[in-house]
Design a protein around this ligand. Structure first.
Ligand code: GRF
Length: 213
C-alpha cells in the first residue's frame, strides 16, 4: 500500500512511519510522497534522506491570500486535494496520514479526497474530545497542574471536518508524573505518538483493504 504523509514540522512521526514501512510493524506499505505546508519543515529533509528518497511537495498557504483573496483557505485546500489526486500512480495514496500537520482541512479538501475513497487519519496528542486543536500537550499539562485531570493521551483518528473529532482508531492513555516538566511530558508523549501513528496506519490500511473503513 502507498501512504502520503502531510507534515508541518520536525517530522518525527513521519520518521517513525519511514522506519516502519515494509517492516513487520507496517507491512506491505511504502511512504510514497510527503507534503509540507512549511518550506522549512525538517520532515522534508527526512523524506529526502530516506532510502530511496521520498518525493516531496511544498504547498504553501501565503500566496493564496493574494492569488485567491475571495477564499484563500478554500482554494488552498482544493489545490492540495488536486495535488494529491494528480500524483503519478506509484505515488497515488491508499491512505493519507496527517503527522504533525498544523492546518485545518476544510470540506474543499475532504470532499474530493473522500470521493476518491482515500481515508485520512490524523495524530492528535490528547484523548478524544479532551483538548481539540493546537497546543494540546501543554493545555493538558496545565490542567493536570491545576488538578483538573489525572491523565492525558494520544489518539489517531479519521479526519472529518470537525477538528480532531473523527472516529478514534487508536487511543493510548498517558499518566501524569508528579512534578514532571512540560518538556519531559512532551518527550514521553512524542515517543508514544511514534508507536500510535504506525499502529493507526496499519489499522486504517487493513480496514481499507477489507472495505470496512
Ligand atoms: C505532535 O505532537 C503533533 O501533534 C505536533 O507536533 C508533534 C510531532 O510533530 N504538531 P512531528 O511529527 O515531530 O512533526
Amino acid at each position: 500500500s502507498r501512504i502520503v504523509v502531510l507534515i508541518s514540522g520536525s517530522g518525527s512521526n513521519l520518521q517513525a512511519l519511514i522506519d516502519a514501512a515494509s517492516t513487520p510493524t507496517l507491512p506491505n506499505a511504502r511512504i510514497v510522497h510527503v507534503i509540507s505546508n512549511r518550506k522549512a519543515a525538517y520532515g522534508l529533509t527526512r523524506a529526502a534522506n530516506a532510502s530511496p528518497p521520498i518525493p516531496t511537495s511544498y504547498h504553501g498557504f501565503p500566496p493564496y491570500k493574494t492569488s485567491h483573496p475571495e477564499d484563500p483557505r478554500g482554494s488552498y485546500d482544493a489545490d492540495l486535494a488536486k495535488l494529491i489526486l494528480a500524483l503519478p500512480e506509484d505515488q497515488y495514496p491508499d491512505l493519507i496520514v496527517c503527522a504533525g500537520w498544523m492546518h485545518i482541512l476544510s470540506p474543499k479538501f475532504l470532499e474530493p479526497i473522500d470521493a476518491a475513497g482515500i481515508p485520512i487519519i490524523n495524530l492528535h496528542p490528547a484523548l478524544p474530545g479532551a483538548f481539540d486543536g493546537a497546543g494540546a500537550i501543554e493545555r493538558a499539562w496545565e490542567a493536570s497542574k491545576k488538578g483538573e485531570i489525572t491523565e492525558t493521551g494520544v489518539m489517531i483518528h479519521y479526519v472529518i471536518k470537525e477538528v480532531d473529532r473523527g472516529e478514534p482508531i487508536i487511543v493510548k492513555k498517558v499518566q501524569f508524573k508528579e512534578g514532571e516538566s512540560l518538556e519531559d511530558l512532551t518527550t514521553r508523549i512524542h515517543s508514544i505518538e511514534h508507536v500510535a501513528i504506525v499502529e493507526g496506519a496499519n489499522l486504517a490500511l487493513d480496514s481499507k483493504r477489507s472495505g470496512s473503513s
